[in-house]
Design a protein around this ligand. Structure first.
Ligand code: XMP
Length: 512
């Protein structure tokens, strides 16, 4: 059993970020329900406890409280934000009720570095987000740091290994916050730094095996990073008990289906069923021009096809999904009221309930970059692990207006050239997304000696961190020139290429 740092979750959206910071220090951690009995923590080899933040007041009727025995285990405890109030409340200090929450930047002055602030500058910028405040230290504690709004921004009882900080060290707005967490793990708890991606994989594989037993798991493979890594991980754990379904909806990029088949069937020997439903999708989309309507039709048809394929494989007990942590909590921004940002979303909305399947989501605690590391460690090629995002409705939202097989073909060919040149110049890996859009506008051109009257392709190439905002990428002219001349020369039906130079907002990344 690895040495474990327990993170008790009191409801903060940042709990997973704390866990991530611990993983970044190569220390094993596990998130526990706030009420987990101290005896269980002890039995599971916990060598340190972190009390997370949380939105409540310690005095609230429904306030989450830990088992008080955790303070008697002889194990170091770090209270963060609400965690500090809990320490005050349970260990004999005083907490002042406050109506307003305090948000934003503050300045920390370290008075007594101790183990927690060892090696850090005396003055640091910090990020606050708290309501109540500690107003009297519990016996045995001293103040170690102050900020403009609290004389107890940092506190400690070094003898018992109890530390508390009023601000959030886990967010990057707090300078050197990561070092504070690392100090707690290494200097205070003496934790070993032996937790790697390989260990995550081994641990998750064991978890999957225990959860799934002899049952069958069905997973919808989209070819994107998340479902690909989830498939590889599930396959490593349960092999042929996993069946992946890849739906060809007729709205895929050029060569996509063959690529996915070659990768998973041939290289990974995954039981992959490719369902060609392109005719059905195109029939249902015929004449539909309104973007939301298109999305609805594509979504509904997907669920139908997927359900049918479940029946054809003889049923399953679990539905595997590549849900990541940011999918669960869409934003970890704490600048606004965090509760208002919560949006649970599954990659395939509502499917598990409809299909009466239990969910298995092996990537649920990870962030995208961690998923990429896991994918690489599992042997997935760079092209998959670092793939640009591709929307579920596929080219359906990149052919403006009504969708026909002929227009899709034109778009596919133009898009393939764009990707080709982005790869050749190495820019593919540097931008967030690069794709072509089909515009149902005919314009005049000349090809050889002939007058043409053909469609327009728009190039959409953007830079972004999280797709919430985006800027058009400043691609060198020579690369753009090559893309444009190849498209107009090689793709029949296109006489003109234009470049989209809009930022998000106000424009979205996709055109529909
Ligand atoms: P927008 O167009 O809203 O896109 O700026 C933001 C990001 O989300 C992707 N996107 C989707 N992904 N299903 C998806 O899985 C969808 O329906 C969908 N719509 C947009 C888009 O490609 C961009 O990365």
């Amino acid at each position: 059993m690895p040495q474990t740092i327990a993170v008790l979750d009191f409801g903060s959206q940042l709990t997973q970020v704390i866990a991530r910071r611990i993983r970044e220090s190569q220390v094993y951690s596990k998130i526990y329900h706030f009420s987990t009995p101290a005896a269980q923590l002890k039995a599971e080899g916990v060598v340190g406890i972190i009390l997370s933040g949380g939105p409540q007041s310690v005095y609230a009727k429904t306030a989450p409280h830990p088992d008080p025995e955790i303070f008697k285990l002889g194990v170091p405890v770090l209270g963060i934000c609400y965690g500090v109030q809990l320490m005050g409340h349970f260990l004999g200090g005083e907490v002042e009720l406050s109506k307003a929450r305090e948000y934003g930047h503050g300045h920390l002055t370290i008075k007594k570095p101790g183990k927690l602030f060892a090696g850090l500058p005396r003055k640091l910028r910090i990020w606050n987000s708290h309501g109540d405040k500690l107003t009297k230290l519990p016996p045995g504690f001293v103040a170690t740091a102050v900020s403009e709004n609290s004389p107890y921004s940092g506190i400690e009882d070094a003898k018992r290994g109890f530390y508390g900080i009023q601000f959030h060290p886990e967010v990057f707005h707090t300078e050197r916050g990561v070092d504070m967490i690392r100090n707690f793990l290494l200097r205070v708890c003496g934790a070993k730094q032996d937790w790697t991606t390989k260990d995550f994989i081994a641990h998750t594989v064991a978890d999957i095996k225990a959860k799934v037993g002899k049952s069958r798991v069905l997973l919808g493979l989209s070819g994107g990073v998340d479902s690909s890594v989830a498939a590889a991980l599930l396959h490593k754990a349960i092999g042929r008990q996993l069946t992946c379904v890849f739906v060809d909806n007729g709205l895929l990029r050029k060569g996509e289906r063959e690529y996915v088949e070659a990768l998973y069937k041939r290289n990974f020997k995954i039981d992959l069923r490719v369902v060609d439903a392109s005719a059905l999708f195109l029939r249902r989309l015929k004449g539909v021009t309104e973007p939301e309507q298109k999305r609805k039709i594509i979504g509904r048809t997907f669920v139908e096809v997927f359900e049918k394929s479940l029946r054809s494989i003889g049923g399953a007990d679990f539905l595997g999904q590549g849900t990541l942590y940011p999918d669960v909590i869409e934003s970890v921004s704490i600048g606004n009221n965090p509760a208002s940002l919560i949006k649970t979303h599954h990659n395939v909305g509502g499917l598990p309930e409809r299909m009466k399947l239990k969910l298995i989501e092996p990537l649920r605690e990870l962030f995208k970059d961690e998923v990429r590391q896991v994918g690489s460690a599992l042997g997935l090629p760079r092209e998959v692990v670092w793939r640009q995002p591709f929307p579920g409705p596929g080219l359906g939202v990149r052919v403006m207006g009504d969708i026909t097989a002929a227009k899709l073909d034109i778009l596919r060919n133009a898009d393939a050239i764009l990707q080709d040149e982005m790869m050749a110049s190495g820019l593919y890996w540097k931008v967030w997304q690069s794709f072509a859009v089909f515009l149902p506008v005919k314009t005049v051109g000349v090809f050889g000696d002939e007058r043409t009257y053909d469609y327009v392709i728009a190039l959409r190439i953007v830079e972004s961190i999280d797709a919430m905002t985006a800027d058009w990428a400043k691609i060198p002219y020579d690369v753009l020139q090559k893309i444009s001349s190849r498209i107009t020369n090689e793709v029949r039906g296109v006489s003109r290429v234009v470049l989209d130079i809009s930022s998000k907002p106000p424009a979205t990344i996709e055109w529909e």
